[in-house]
Every structure is written in structure tokens, then in C-alpha cells.
Design a protein around this ligand. Structure first.
Ligand code: DON
Length: 304
């Protein structure tokens, strides 16, 4: 497969979709991004790195951080993590409050905001400064020491993050948050604010494609079985109430973020990152989904 040729042609084909998406506006600092931007990168386990579009432009990874935070925390804390958060798709928007009360403060899965807050609470108990620990992991796995938080975006989200605060306080009332809610939110917003470009993100995903062993840092980040588990949850829950459509159209474990990025994993072969800040109604990159659909459809590669 000529990956470079394929992604260059995909970048051309998705251009008409760029105008159809809208950047997230509930975090004002994200609303300023023009939707007329696109980038895609593919990192392969045999050392290839292919990119097209605005591949050097860093963007806020937002909820894509949840996949790495889960990997880091599961590796350290182990199976006990699943006593506090489920593994089932929610079928609800990522920031929904309704299910949580019916289900006694145990979030459906680690990728909706409530679940990621629980994982972050566990990460704080394991690592102390959980957002800095995540930043270190992403620096090591991308091979790029300049990766950092975006404090303007983190502050913008903190100022408008009332739904996340509500989720945090509700779960605290159910005894599913151990630490302070303010500290928890600060770490969560900082992790979401991390900026990376598609090249860096695709490289950082390689350990998920390589059964937990990183070809970038040389570290065994996860056991083979844990890498399977994270990929399974990405497939079923990584794009929220659009997970069924992503599985149908893309056929890969994916994790999206409201910054417009999507990370997709083809186990045993490659990691793919796309970015375009215009979102669809369910909070996933509109052109990003179009690009991933074309990538797996034209290449014939997917987990199925
Ligand atoms: O908590 C939030 O709402 C954001 N920091 C992250 C949400 C997000 O990226 C959802 N992804 N599609």
C-alpha cells in the first residue's frame, strides 16, 4: 500500500467537508480555530511516518488524553480500576449527567467525562501530579520533549467547566471520588489541554498498536492483554454515542477529542491521527471521520 499517496488523495477528497463542521464553542478558546484546516498522519510499526496537510500544527488533544490516561493508570493500578468505572458504551453524549444518578455515581465507561474524572482521581492517587505524569508519557511516546499543556485552554475550560464540576461533585457525593474536586478538575483540564500535532499523536499511539510495547520509547507500557482491553474500549466507547457509526464506517478502535483530533489504532500494524477542528453534532471531527472511513475503505485495512 502506498500510504503517502493514499492520505494525500484523502486530504484532497475531504476538502468539501471542512466547511460542514463547527469548532467546539463551549470551550471559548477552542472556538477560535478555523474549521478550514486538516491534517493526517500514519505511523507504522516498521518505522514509517507519513503525513499530509497541516501536520506540524499542534492542537488541543482534549479527550484523546483519556485513552493515554487510562493506559497509564490501568498499568499502575490494575484491575481494581474497574470497581469504580464500567466498560459499557453509554449511548449518551460525552458530558451527560442523566445516567450517572441512575447508576449510583459509577460512570458507564472511562471515556465519557464522568469516567475520565474517576480515572484521573485514581491517577492522582497513583502518580500525585497526574497531568504532569501524562505529559511525560506523551513526551516519551512521541519522542518530542516540547509537548506541553496549553494553560490558556485549560483556564478557558475551567472557567466554563460547570458540567464537569457537577459530574465531579455528584460522584464525590456517591463516594466515587477520593480527592478534592477542585484539584481533580485542574488535573483533568490540564490533561485535556495538551497540544500535539498529528505526527506526534500517531507516534504516541504506536504502543497501543504494538500490544503494549512501545517502539518509540522501548518501554512495555501495557501488557498484551491490557492493550487489547484499551483498544476494545476505544472501539466501543471512544467516540461516545457515535461509536456504532465509527465501528461501521471506520472499523478501528478510535478516540476523539473536541479539539478536532481523532486517534485510530490498527493493532499489529499502525497508528493513525487526523485533525480537523470542525465537529459534527456528536462532538467528533466531521472531516476526520470522513478521512478515516476513506482510509480503511480504500486500503481494505481494519480490525474486521
Ligand atoms: O471535558 C470536556 O468537555 C473536554 N475537556 C473534553 C471533551 C471531549 O474532548 C469530548 N470528545 N469528543
Amino acid at each position: 500500500m502506498d500510504i503517502q499517496n493514499l492520505i494525500d488523495s484523502i486530504a484532497h477528497d475531504v476538502a468539501p467537508y471542512l466547511a460542514q463542521g463547527r469548532p467546539a464553542d463551549y470551550i471559548p478558546a477552542l472556538a477560535q480555530e478555523s474549521p478550514q484546516q486538516f491534517a493526517m498522519a500514519v505511523a507504522t510499526l516498521d518505522g514509517g511516518l507519513y503525513a499530509t496537510g497541516l501536520a506540524d500544527k499542534r492542537f488541543s488533544i482534549q479527550s484523546i488524553s483519556k485513552a493515554f490516561m487510562l493506559a497509564h493508570t490501568l498499568q499502575r493500578h490494575g484491575e481494581a480500576l474497574w470497581q469504580r468505572v464500567g466498560k459499557e458504551p453509554s449511548g449518551n453524549p460525552f458530558n451527560s449527567l442523566v445516567q450517572l444518578e441512575y447508576e449510583h455515581g459509577i460512570p458507564r465507561n472511562p471515556f465519557i467525562n464522568a469516567g475520565a474524572l474517576v480515572v484521573t482521581d485514581i491517577a492522582i492517587s497513583e502518580f500525585g501530579d497526574s497531568s504532569s505524569a501524562l505529559r511525560s508519557l506523551l513526551r516519551e511516546e512521541s519522542g518530542e520533549p516540547a509537548i506541553d499543556f496549553d494553560y490558556v485552554i485549560a483556564a478557558s475550560e475551567a472557567e466554563h467547566g460547570h458540567r464537569n464540576a457537577a459530574l465531579g461533585h455528584f460522584m464525590k457525593s456517591c463516594n466515587n471520588i477520593n480527592g478534592g474536586v477542585d484539584q481533580l478538575l485542574a488535573h483533568y483540564f490540564r490533561a485535556c489541554s495538551i497540544r500535539m500535532n498529528v505526527r506526534e499523536l500517531a507516534r504516541a499511539g504506536l504502543f497501543l498498536a504494538n500490544h503494549g510495547a512501545s517502539p518509540v520509547s522501548g518501554q512495555q507500557r501495557l501488557s498484551r492483554s491490557q492493550a487489547k482491553q484499551i483498544n476494545a474500549i476505544m472501539l466501543t466507547c471512544g467516540t461516545y454515542d457515535a461509536a456504532g457509526e465509527f465501528a461501521y464506517r471506520v472499523g478501528l478502535p478510535c478516540k476523539s477529542g473536541v479539539g478536532g483530533g481523532i486517534l485510530a489504532i490498527l493493532p499489529g500494524k499502525m497508528s493513525i491521527a487526523v485533525w480537523s477542528p470542525g465537529l459534527d453534532a456528536r462532538g467528533n471531527s466531521l472531516a476526520g471521520l470522513e478521512a478515516l472511513d476513506r482510509f480503511t475503505t480504500r486500503s481494505g485495512e481494519s480490525v474486521f
